[in-house]
Design a protein around this ligand. Structure first.
Ligand code: HEC
Ligand code: HEC
Ligand code: HEC
Ligand code: HEC
Length: 197
């Protein structure tokens, strides 16, 4: 069959299958496709998934820190600080970081602890910039500034959370290094705004 006749055939409505049957197949694929897609999005958001690549570095650092080990037994997952909650923004963020992560895994950008440390400042900056741009959205999913009882906070926290000081600032301005080790060199020269409170 020539290409021309094949093309002509494809353009014509199907002679073998009725429109109804084709629609049914479409709906079937759609019905199965949506849960399958949701499943993939969910499975690639678990700590176990993130740790397939990040266990040697980040994973170890969570232990002993407040979002992982605390009296209440509450463990904050990677995605809870690193991904938006709404479905489509989440899918978009995952696709973007997925492409980047796989590319850099192939390159071996963070394949040894030394390489990870060398790349850490860059990764931290990217993360801070994103959190700054979205006003620490992920922190605010759990910490509602509007529900703060300043009177019950520590004296230091109260002082810094007072509206006058916190105005125009966002959580990540002052709370860098809340979940992981800070990149080497930071804190020594106080170049990053907010660290020297
Ligand atoms: C296939 C391996 C792999 C998986 C799985 C993976 N990462 Fe990464 N990740 C990397 C690599 C490699 C980099 C460094 C790439 C870069 O700097 O762009 C990175 C960088 C990052 C960064 C630094 C900021 C940035 O965007 O570069 C964050 C945050 C991060 N990953 C979080 C996560 C979270 C959360 C998960 C689970 C939802 C995850 N990663 C799953 C390999 C992976
Ligand atoms: C999934 C919910 C959740 C998210 C997301 C989250 N936190 Fe928390 N955070 C908690 C809980 C729960 C505690 C208190 C744990 C305890 O002490 O029982 C806490 C404690 C803290 C503390 C107190 C530290 C201490 O030593 O007492 C700070 C500061 C903090 N979070 C900042 C942040 C920042 C900044 C972000 C965003 C980068 C963030 N949190 C994201 C749930 C969350
Ligand atoms: C202007 C700087 C600043 C900003 C902005 C800021 N914090 Fe804090 N926060 C502090 C300081 C300083 C402490 C006390 C830390 C200490 O005691 O070591 C603190 C303490 C905390 C604590 C522990 C409360 C307690 O009683 O000790 C939590 C939880 C917290 N911050 C969450 C947040 C969240 C969430 C945001 C964003 C909505 C935020 N902070 C914005 C400076 C700030
Ligand atoms: C409580 C919020 C929180 C949780 C939970 C969290 N992160 Fe992060 N992560 C951050 C913040 C904030 C940064 C920016 C650097 C900093 O301040 O330490 C960051 C930075 C990173 C980086 C860049 C390297 C670096 O150290 O800066 C990677 C990779 C990363 N996170 C992966 C993960 C993985 C994997 C998990 C789960 C095992 C996880 N994160 C859990 C808040 C969190």
């Amino acid at each position: 069959m020539s290409i021309r006749t094949t093309l002509a055939k494809l353009k014509r409505p199907s002679a073998t299958y009725s429109l109804g049957a084709l629609l049914l197949v479409g709906v079937g694929v759609g019905t199965l496709g949506v849960p399958a897609f949701t499943y993939v999005v969910h499975e690639t958001s678990t700590d176990a998934f993130c740790l397939t690549c990040h266990s040697g570095d980040i994973g170890l650092e969570m232990e002993g820190r407040v979002h992982y080990d605390n009296a209440s037994g509450l463990r904050v997952s990677c995605y809870e600080c690193h991904l938006p909650r709404a479905f489509w923004p989440k899918v978009f963020a995952k696709t973007k970081s997925g492409v980047k992560d796989v590319y850099h895994t192939v390159l071996g950008t963070i394949s040894t602890p030394e390489k990870f440390e060398a790349h850490r400042m860059h990764m931290a900056m990217v993360t801070w910039e994103a959190m700054n741009a979205n006003d620490s959205r992920e922190c605010r999913y759990c910490h509602d500034e509007g529900a703060w009882e300043l009177a019950r906070q520590s004296e230091k926290a109260r002082k810094f959370h007072a509206p006058a000081l916190a105005r125009g600032k966002t959580c990540i301005d002052c709370h860098k290094g809340i979940a992981h080790e800070l990149p080497r060199g930071i804190g020594e020269d106080h170049q990053i705004e907010g660290l020297d409170y």
